[in-house]
Write a protein of this length. Structure first.
Length: 367
């Protein structure tokens, strides 16, 4: 029993000594770290593709310098690392950023940039778009090796927008849904007025006159009262019908505004669907070795009906390919490739001005 008690006591003392050492070591490390100052700044830009850099170490140093955040010579614990991360992350072309100070007093900033799929130069826009549909403004003097989409195409977001297109669409849809709900609430007083008018109309039908025998009312007097009641009921009936028509017209007018808002919702969803089709189309071109080298430029336009159509500028020849809507993409490219092999190779690459592949099972060429 004594040996067991002694063993537990020694074990407790040993763990207490270990805990005391850990506390002492941690306090010593904190004292050493507190006394250190930032001796250098190392910035690493992780380029996850061969397309080029959107952000450079020199650019990041300039941001930090102009922000007023103190780094070099500042106490390690006093450096605003979270502020540095926020400063860099607010640029749309930065995907992730991590800032920390190592034990030797060097501040490290690791940055990964977004991987754009294409560059949009349409309708006053100059922005990069990722495959997931994230839009960010093109930095100054940036030139990545990505497909360029030009033309009069109007994407479903403003030219100055930075962020996820899906989030922008959801926000717009919610705003429209709120307007529809607000318009629905405008109907409530009209519904109450309509119900009251219906009650008055029902009460009008129940209005009757009985001959007042106790007053010895004559037939002439009774007929006069009946005529007066008929005239009154006719006048009230006209009033109630007019009110019902006015109320119904107002309800229908509000319903028309709601339908217009719902049409905006459908148009917005269709516009987003076309935008994602464009991204998928560009991605399919980039994933095909032949078309990636052949397609020099993609011109997109919005038709009067609101549909998205595409024209391609090839590297071979002086013609323009009228691709049309982004439907049955593989079939159209297959048809165009067969025409390349069996048509243009024998006719000549500079014979036509346009090659139209919008129609089923045929290629229409114009000189």
């Amino acid at each position: 029993m004594m040996n067991r008690y002694l063993r537990y006591t020694l074990l407790g003392l040993m763990w207490a000594a270990v805990a005391a050492y850990i506390i002492w070591a941690g306090a010593s490390a904190r004292r050493v770290r507190t006394g250190k100052k930032v001796a250098g700044v190392e910035i690493e830009v992780v380029d996850s593709s061969s397309q080029g850099h959107l952000v450079s170490a020199a650019m990041v140093r300039g941001w930090i310098s102009h922000s007023g955040i103190k780094t070099l010579g500042e106490a390690v614990d006093a450096v605003d690392l979270a502020g540095v991360e926020r400063l860099i992350a607010r640029n749309g072309f930065v995907d992730e950023v991590v800032a920390y100070v190592s034990y030797d007093g060097v501040m490290h900033v690791a940055i990964s940039q977004r991987k754009p799929l294409l560059r949009m130069l349409t309708d006053g826009m100059n922005a990069y778009v990722t495959p997931e549909g994230y839009v960010f403004a093109a930095p100054r003097a940036s030139s990545l090796y990505v497909p360029v989409v030009t033309g009069s195409y109007r994407p479903p977001f403003p030219a100055s927008y930075v962020g996820s297109v899906r989030e922008h669409i959801d926000q717009r849809l919610q705003e429209i849904e709120n307007r529809i709900a607000e318009l629905e609430r405008e109907k409530y007083p009209l519904y109450r007025r309509e119900l009251e008018n219906d009650r008055n109309t029902s009460a009008l039908r129940r209005m009757r006159i009985k001959r007042q025998w106790w007053r010895l009312e004559s037939s002439k007097e009774f007929d006069a009262r009946v005529d007066a009641l008929r005239e009154k009921k006719a006048k009230l009936r006209r009033t109630y019908r007019y009110r019902a028509r006015v109320i119904r017209e107002e309800i229908e007018r509000i319903a028309g505004r709601q339908e217009a808002e719902r049409a905006k919702q459908k148009k917005l969803e269709k516009s987003y669907e076309d935008f994602m089709k464009l991204l998928t189309f560009v991605e399919s071109v980039e994933n095909d070795d032949f078309w990636r080298s052949e397609v020099v430029q993609i011109a997109a336009r919005t038709t009067p009906s609101g549909a998205l159509e595409v024209e391609l500028t090839p590297r071979s020849g002086r013609f323009t390919i009228l691709f049309g809507r982004l439907e049955e993409v593989e079939r159209k490219f297959g048809k165009l490739q067969r025409f390349y092999r069996h048509g243009l190779s024998s006719i000549g690459w500079n014979e036509y001005r346009t090659i139209d592949i919008r129609y089923n099972d045929q290629v229409v060429c114009k000189k």
